[in-house]
Design a protein around this ligand. Sequence first.
Ligand code: SF4
Length: 203
Amino acid sequence: MKDILDILDRHYGVHKEGFYHKEQWQLLAAIMLSAQSTDKQVDLVLPALYERFPTMTSVAEASQEEIESVIRSIGLYKNKAKNIKKCCQQILGQYDGQVPYNIEGLLTLAGVGRKTATLYLADAYGIPGVTVDTHVFRISKRLGWAKGNNPQTVEQELEKVLPMDHWNRINFQLIYHGRAICTARKAYCEKCPLEAFCPKEGL
Ligand code: SF4
């Protein structure tokens, strides 16, 4: 495992630039927007979003259509606009205007699942957590690190086998690797830097 982690660090880096934000609610909104969208797409809408809605109250009081009009280029924008508005209402009404700083609190917010909550805690406070998306799910099985049939089981398996200082970075490293080399359609093992150490489970 150490060989694989070292190669991933060398190829994909150990730190990923987080989304630009000045306030915690903006970071949470950016992470919500990034679900099933690229970071690049999110980076493009954030300046307009922050300018049009400078405070959490302005988001909470906006109509869903107004929010949609700013984030229209993002996948699932209707749903995301609805959730971001509701989320801001909940934070103002139930959390005194402070984004919850633990997973239990975050999970009570509209549209915030485990993955969004874990990413938020990692970016906002550096709290370690593994997030399992489709790439992490697929590749950790091919690498023989996990056998579970759902993201939550795989998350628990990964937290058992991975050193804690790799929990946050394994997510973006395997996403990059899954887009470029170990794709869902085909694993390009012949050009994979992990080839010598990978059992290629299930292939
Ligand atoms: S060797 Fe093949 S299966 Fe293993 S990580 Fe690389 S591309 Fe994926």
